[in-house]
Design a protein around this ligand. Sequence first.
Ligand code: URA
Length: 439
Amino acid sequence: MKYRMYDLIEKKKHKIPLTLDEIQEMILAYTAGEIPDYQMSAFLMAVWFQGMTDEELSHFTLAMAASGDELDLSRVSGVKLDKHSTGGVGDKTTLVVAPVLAALGVPTAKMSGRGLGFTGGTVDKLESIPGLRSELTEEEFLRILRTVGFVDAAQTKELAPADKLLYALRDVTATIDSIPLIASSIMSKKLASGADKIVLDVKCGSGAFMRDISSAKALAGQMIRIGEHTEREITAVISDMDQPLGRAVGNALEVMESVEVLKGGGEERLVSLCIALAVEMLQLSDKARPTREEAEEAVKEILQNGAALDRFRAYVREAGGDPAALDRTQVETKYRKEILSDREGYLFSCDAGEVGLVSVLLGAGRAKKGDPIDPESGILLKKKLGDHIGKGEVLAEIFTNREDVLETAEERLLRAYLIKEEPPEAKGVIIDILHSEPI
Ligand code: URA
């Protein structure tokens, strides 16, 4: 590279913004293996302390997006929308929102991840459907997007390899928890996957990266500003993750719960968030910007009349899966256990991250990249925060094929909930909605 990495670190250490050329050269050279990890680690730590200007961060994000393959969606007509969640527990909203938008004639092109640690991944949920393939070729991706109206595939292309390398380095150098670095990491993948407009679901609470509202808002604001600099219109919905979303945590269980919502039913907070996200996507779409009320009416009608469920069935068929799987109402595991409350009171608070980790223990997730998962295992929560529970009443039901984890899972699940004599203050699932300037 034509710059000395030492000088770039020195500049950042003194909070002097890097130029576009310096950033592009640095990302290119790092991806090519020409900058050693110890120098890049020093640079990342300088960013952790000094931050980046909005302009610098946009250059950094675009350089990461351009470091590998970029999906070209121009062959699909209309505005292409994407939706991205920063990661939570029991978050199956994509399985509802994408078919709803497709039924309303708004194409949604999405590349999703697999679950890791306490957070689940949409690809794992979809792959619990027998036969369904998430690793699609670009041709298949575009064909399904055109014929079904939405696509949600695994990231097979080498999208933003610079981010992959930097993320792994951040993970071992205590630089994950930097808002500019998280924002640019997420947005680089969004930009590389080709969408014009993006709705971000920024999770906040005990089952999310961002534990408090002010950091969730700061992250949302930073991603919106990157969108403004890179000409992508963004809406960020900040949503509560102080308890799992809905009642199901686990892949096949979450598909069943999504179908329930697509049939017009479902747990109240999950339904509210799905509607809010779909309304925001509809507002960003080409559809002559309906009012919020009109958009909400349209989404509710689609959930009642079965049109979105038809889109979901069409997607499963096109992606090689068995649509009959969408009619299931039970999972099949060797062990099933009801978890009974050991006291009476109100469910006051929950460590949602711990509930996610219990689902991993049962087999529903992976502790490290590449671990196999058991699509049938998971948790069904019978009570939500604020509900009253009697001693000996069922708090949850667990499903697993691993006999040796039953006792630990029960203990940890009971400890994840705080039960008190008085109910907690009621809290809605939507905390705030932030918008970028319209483009
Ligand atoms: N998700 C990402 O893709 N990157 C981060 O840095 C954090 C969450």
